[in-house]
Design a binder for this molecule. Structure first.
Ligand SMILES: [Zn+2]
Length: 419
């Protein structure tokens, strides 16, 4: 039977529904922070010195913190806001054989077959002539990448679904001859602005299906963007709850993790360090002392044991849904975790009173990496990699345990409230 009341996971479902892109994820997070008394700061302004909760947003990445007295150390919980999907090309209006189509690039590691035959909306941001950013979210089916009928592809079950991303992965969005400018006009009209005033856009395909509980007792939870809004939402909830943190609690969720984190706002950029230096104040020596006393937890989803492919997992380490957050261990530091990091994790989990489990890759199947090693290396802060176990990572609909989002939020709060 379910261990928790489901209010945290219900709230995650709402956060995911409202956050189809990193820009939306930051806007919704910002609104929630403001409702809790936090104030938005602009990086180009002078910042107030008084106590309070603050946040900044840069290009789909968000950093929020609570400022009390002089900073002695940071307790940082990190995640990412982006998800593999399709990104609309600058001149998207295309078509073939009487179909209207939308030309897209592939953003990140998309398992292409999971985008087939899905009802897709469109979401993103428009940058306007006056410099303002307008969010757009067409939260209804508009696009679809149609699968080729099995009768025309008789060997698909034996040979697998192979899709050329340029020629066989272009969504349809209607019938007729394509007309240049039509897609942007559509997106602008949905946002209530004029296409002629749009100087730039970042538009993505967005799954429309609602998150839902699944399983005999509803013990599982299915949704798009669990990787990594599950962790973003957990850190946000923990920061809002962390009123009595002993050290300065910081929440960060970066854009662009899925494409390598090399942009001016991503985990390899100076964004986080720049904010922390401003929050800390003082000279280099003081910041070095604070850095040495600081701890970071980088949260990203990891792979739960797949029942149909148990042999792909490390046999002695089988993470399961609803077993609590995983500490991700990698001798080669694909994840930032050693003995000191383990101690930080265990202390936070004990403080939270939650179960936890190990994640280790097989030696012959190396896993991915995440923001932990990047931020840890960038900042020189002791960083531990953690995350909730999920199935179907990067699919257009992922699956996790219904209790694990709340466990991860408890772990984040445990980190924030550890001495
Ligand atoms: Zn991720």
């Amino acid at each position: 039977m379910p261990r928790f009341d489901r209010s945290h996971t219900d709230d995650l479902a709402e956060y995911i529904r409202l956050s189809p892109t990193p820009y939306h994820a930051c806007a919704v997070a910002g609104a929630r922070l403001e409702a809790a008394g936090f104030r938005r700061l602009r990086e180009a302004d002078a910042w107030p010195g008084e106590s309070g909760g603050y946040y900044v947003v840069r290009d789909g990445s968000i950093i929020a913190w609570r400022q009390g007295g002089p900073v002695e150390a940071f307790r940082i919980f990190g995640a990412h806001t982006d998800t593999p999907t399709l990104k609309v090309k600058p001149r998207p209006d295309t078509g073939s054989g009487g179909w209207k189509q939308v030309a897209c690039e592939v953003y990140g590691g998309v398992p292409r077959d999971t985008w087939l035959d899905r009802d897709l909306g469109v979401a993103g941001r428009l940058v306007m002539r006056d410099g303002s950013h307008v969010l757009v979210h067409v939260d209804r089916p508009v696009l679809r990448v149609p699968r080729l009928a099995i009768h025309l592809d008789r060997k698909v079950n034996e040979e697998g679904q192979k899709l050329n991303p340029q020629t066989q992965f272009t969504p349809v969005w209607g019938l007729g001859e394509p007309r240049a400018g039509e897609f942007l006009e559509f997106a602008a009209a949905e946002a209530g602005v004029e296409a002629k005033d749009v100087l730039g856009f970042d538009l993505f395909t967005a799954a429309c299906d609602r998150p839902s509980y699944l399983g005999k007792d509803g013990e599982l939870f299915a949704a798009w963007r669990l990787d990594n809004l599950l962790s973003t939402h957990a850190g946000l909830a923990a920061l809002i709850a962390a009123e009595d943190a002993e050290q300065t609690p910081v929440f960060v969720s970066f854009n662009y993790e899925e494409i390598g984190s090399m942009t001016y706002s991503a985990a390899q950029s100076p964004f986080l360090e720049s904010v922390l230096r401003r929050v800390a104040g003082g000279d280099f020596e003081r910041f070095a002392r604070i850095t040495a006393a600081s701890r970071m937890m980088s949260a990203d989803t990891g792979n739960a044991l797949h029942p149909n492919y148990a042999e792909r997992h490390e046999p002695g380490h089988h993470p399961m849904p609803n077993g609590g957050p995983m500490i991700k261990v990698s001798a080669n530091q694909r994840y930032a975790t050693g003995a000191e990091e383990q101690a930080v994790f265990t202390a936070a989990a004990e403080r939270a009173g939650i179960p936890w489990q190990y994640y280790v890759n097989r030696n012959d199947i190396p896993g991915g990496t995440t923001i932990g090693p990047l931020s840890g290396t960038q900042l020189g802060v002791l960083t531990v990699d953690v995350g909730a176990p999920i199935l179907s990572m990067h699919s257009s609909r992922e699956l996790c345990g219904a209790d694990d989002p709340a466990y991860l939020a408890d772990l984040a709060l445990g980190l924030y409230t550890c001495p």
